[in-house]
Design a protein around this ligand. Structure first.
Ligand code: G3H
Ligand code: ZN
Length: 284
C-alpha cells in the first residue's frame, strides 16, 4: 500500500535496519523494484529524481504507473513514492499534488538560513497532506542528473539540530563523505559525526550514494542511526550489463522485451540483494 516514509523509517530506526530507496526510470524499473520488495516482504521507497520524472512524462504519469502496478501486481508491502533531491518548493508541491507520498527538499547548496526557510515551507505543505519530508545538509559528492557537486562537505552537527528544530522534518540526509555514482577508492564515511548527529536529532538518517559502499560500512551506518539508504547507479549498471550482454551476442534480436526483460530481472535481483544487506527483508 502507498504511504509516507514516516512510519517506515521510524520502525527501521527502532528495529536496527534500513529501508532501501531505489530510483526508478521507467515502467520496468518500477516493476522490478516492487516485485523485489514484495518477494522479500520489505517496505520500499521508490526514488524519483526530477530528471527521471520528466523522462517518464511527468509526476502524474509516475504516480499512475505506481498505483496501477500496486493494484495489478498485488503489492501489499508499504511503498512510498518519493521525490529525490527536490530543487524547490514548487517542485515539491507539484509532486505532492500529483500524489507523491514523500519528498526530499535539497536546499543544501544554499546558505543555511535559506535552506531552513525553504525546508520549513515544504514541511508545512507536505505535512498538511500527510506527506513526509527529507532534507539535506552538507554536500554529497559526485553527480546525479543536474545535481553536480565540486567536492564533499561534511554536515555540521549543530546546524543539523537547528534545521530539525526549526523545520519539523521527518528524516535528515547529512552529507558525511558519500558520493553519487561510483567511488574512487574506499568511501570515507564520517561515522563519528553520524553517531553524534543521530543522537542529537533523534531522527532517522539517510545515506545517499549507496552504490559501492562495502557491506561493513553499510552495517556500521545502520547501527549508528541510518534508516534509509539510496541506491541508483548500481541498478543502472546491472540493467545495462544484462542488456549489453544480449545485444553484443545477438545480431538478430529486435523485440525489446527480449532484451529489456532480462535487464528488468537484473534490477530485481540487485534490489533483493540490497534489501537483504540492509536487513529490511521480512519487515513489511
Ligand atoms: O539520491 C540518490 C542516491 O543518493 C543514489 O546514489 O547513484 O550512488 O547509488 P548512487
Ligand atoms: Zn542522492
Amino acid at each position: 500500500a502507498l504511504e509516507s516514509m514516516k512510519d517506515m523509517l521510524n520502525n527501521a530506526l527502532k528495529g536496527g535496519y534500513a529501508v532501501g530507496q531505489f530510483n526508478i526510470n521507467n515502467l520496468e524499473w518500477t516493476q522490478a523494484i516492487l516485485d523485489a520488495a514484495q518477494s522479500e516482504q520489505a517496505p520500499v521507497i521508490l526514488g524519483v529524481s526530477e530528471g527521471a520524472a520528466k523522462y517518464m512524462g511527468g509526476f502524474k504519469v509516475v504516480t499512475a504507473i505506481v498505483k496501477a502496478l500496486i493494484e495489478e501486481s498485488k503489492i501489499t508491502v508499504p511503498v512510498a513514492i518519493h521525490l529525490d533531491h527536490g530543487s524547490s518548493f514548487e517542485k515539491c508541491k507539484a509532486a505532492i499534488d500529483a500524489g507523491f507520498t514523500s519528498v526530499m527538499i535539497d536546499a543544501s547548496h544554499h546558505p543555511f538560513e535559506e535552506n531552513v526557510e525553504t525546508t520549513k515551507k515544504v514541511v508545512d505543505y507536505a505535512h498538511a497532506h500527510g506527506v513526509s519530508v527529507e532534507a539535506e545538509l552538507g554536500t554529497v559528492g559526485g553527480q546525479e542528473d543536474d545535481v553536480i557537486a565540486d567536492g564533499v562537505i561534511y554536515a555540521d552537527p549543530k546546524e543539523c539540530l537547528e534545521l530539525v528544530q526549526r523545520t519539523g522534518i521527518d528524516c535528515l540526509a547529512p552529507a558525511l563523505g558519500s558520493v553519487h555514482g561510483p567511488y574512487k577508492g574506499e568511501p570515507k564515511l564520517g561515522f563519528k559525526e553520524m553517531e553524534e548527529i543521530c543522537k542529537t536529532i533523534s531522527l532517522p538518517l539517510v545515506l545517499h550514494g549507496g552504490t559501492g559502499i562495502p557491506t561493513e560500512q553499510i552495517k556500521k551506518s545502520v547501527s549508528l542511526g541510518t534508516a534509509k539508504i539510496n541506491v541508483n547507479t548500481e541498478n543502472q549498471i546491472e540493467f545495462t550489463k544484462a542488456v549489453r550482454g544480449i545485444l553484443a551476442t545477438n545480431d538478430t534480436v529486435y523485440d525489446p522485451r527480449k532484451f529489456i526483460g532480462p535487464g528488468r530481472e537484473a534490477i530485481k535481483q540487485t534490489v533483493i540483494g540490497k534489501i537483504r544487506e540492509f536487513g529490511s527483508n521480512g519487515k513489511a
